[in-house]
Design a protein around this ligand. Structure first.
Ligand code: IFM
Length: 472
């Protein structure tokens, strides 16, 4: 057993009995069957078909064909001994036009999936929105428009009424920062718009959708689930003023209204050249600040920032794709500096200490708020050889991040579980299929699933609750 190693390569650590080990996926990234059983296009179908937006012109039409192979995929969870599965529901399967008419075939698919999990003794963690906005809602203005939040409220109520007797945890949104600021700011995600004001309006309407969505769920569910949202936090380090500005527009723009019932004063001041925030209406903050049973935390890496003095070229090594438009309205003087390695195949720096720092910081900011790691994992250049994938780098990445999570637990953080991203190799958004995050390899020609060494390692951890010794 090793503890306290400076490189976060501890072993033998034991996680609590109640700690929920699981793995995560998202609808558009794995399902395929894009034109089946009444599903209509989302903004990602449209974006992926726009030349130059997704690497190699790839799309989610087939992806992992999970829509047809879901039973096999749930069996994989059982074989690995995982206790939870975090998946998302495709809004365009439930309401193909984004409003009104409900597509029963879509609800039936997710109902079978939830039942399939429960019969296998696996806890369903459901995300309502992981970026696949029905295209007609974008055509009507998308997230910058207030009406979209009301449409989400309606959709949440429909799904809640259908599945709300069986779901353990409801997560309204996955990473609204990406939806707002990559979708409408830098434009590297769907719908690919580059409008600083649109991005801030989108952030507010996503916040509103979250609050209204929880209220809609509460009105219809029949059991006593946990309510949640998943945020991707930017752990910025470096020059204090640059850190403050990024923390405001990347993190506190969501935690402020959701957990404190107010937008941070410094965010309002920073973004004053872009907007006076008059789109925030009376009562919105009360609607948004719903009690959360658990806050979902997605963590991958850290950022190093500094203020740009206007001379030389501004550096934007911020790991969020290539675009000349900024995803940080109001923080125009902040530059993102390259960081020391090692890196994953995404070029993201590997920094388990950032996870520990983030969990402690959230505990300090929101002492009463239980937390769950809802995503953490890494893409590497995997090679399949003789039916095995020896992904030692991913095993090492996971070992170090589980160590970080355990250290946070030991320091009193109320951390309820950990969902590894991702169960399967899948469609990695603007990177298409070029980046593999799965602990299970998917052959995109045959769609065969092969658990990688990391899956076997994780299985051992989940079964024993004990971080394996190096080499085990
Ligand atoms: O694949 C994504 C996921 O959809 C959202 N969080 C980050 C992952 C890796 O980029």
């Amino acid at each position: 057993m090793t503890t306290g190693s400076p490189d976060y390569r501890d072993s033998g650590l034991v996680f609590p009995e109640s700690f929920l080990f699981g793995s995560a996926t998202a609808s558009y990234q794995i399902e395929g069957a894009a034109q089946e059983d009444g599903r209509r296009p989302s903004i990602w179908d449209t974006f992926a078909r726009t030349p130059g937006k997704v690497r190699n012109g790839e799309n989610g039409d087939v992806a992992d064909d999970h829509y047809h192979r879901w039973e096999q995929d749930l069996d994989l969870l059982t074989e690995l001994g995982l206790g939870a599965y975090r998946f998302s529901i495709a809004w365009p399967r439930i309401q193909p036009t984004g409003s009104g008419a409900v597509n029963q075939a879509g609800l039936d698919f997710y109902s079978r999936l939830v039942d399939g999990l429960l019969t296998r003794g696996i806890t369903p963690i459901v995300t309502l929105y992981h970026w696949d906005l029905p295209q007609p809602l974008e055509d009507a203005g998308g997230w910058p428009v207030r009406e979209t939040a009301y449409r989400f409220q309606e959709y949440a109520g429909i799904v809640g009424a259908a599945l709300g007797d069986r779901v353990a945890t409801w997560t309204t949104l996955n990473e609204p920062w990406c939806s707002a600021f990559l979708g409408y700011g830098s434009g590297v995600h769907a719908p690919g718009r580059t409008e600083p004001l649109g991005a801030l309006r989108a952030a507010h309407h996503l916040n509103l959708a979250h609050g209204l969505g929880i209220q809609a769920l509460r009105g219809v569910v029949a059991n006593d689930p946990d309510y949640s949202v998943t945020l991707n936090f930017t752990v910025a380090r470096g020059e204090e003023e640059a850190v403050r500005q990024i923390d405001a527009v990347a993190n506190r723009v969501f935690t402020g209204p959701m957990l404190r019932g107010a937008y941070p004063e410094d965010l309002l001041a920073d973004t004053a050249p872009v907007t006076d925030w008059s789109f925030v209406q009376d009562g919105d903050l009360e609607d948004i600040s719903q009690k959360l049973d658990v806050l979902g935390v997605n963590y991958y890496n850290t950022a190093r920032v500094a203020l740009w003095d206007g001379s030389g070229e501004k550096q934007m090594a911020d790991n969020h794709g290539e675009s000349t438009a900024s995803p940080y309205p109001g923080a125009d003087r902040v530059q993102f500096l390259p960081q020391p390695g090692p890196y994953t195949a995404m070029g993201w720096n590997i920094a388990p200490d950032g996870m520990e720092e983030l969990l402690l910081s959230l505990r300090d900011q929101f002492p009463e708020q239980p937390l769950m790691i809802t995503e953490n994992g890494a893409a590497f250049e995997d090679v399949i050889e003789d039916g095995r994938v020896h992904d030692a780098e991913r095993v090492d990445y996971l070992r170090r991040h589980f160590t970080a999570a355990h250290r946070a637990l030991e320091q009193g953080v109320d951390l309820r579980g950990y969902q590894v991203w991702s169960l399967l190799d899948n469609f990695e958004w603007a990177y298409g299929y070029s980046k593999r995050f799965g602990i299970v390899h998917v052959d995109y020609d045959t769609l065969k699933r092969t658990p990688k060494d990391s899956a076997l390692w994780y299985s051992e951890l989940a079964r024993t609750r004990r971080l394996p010794e190096a080499g085990e």
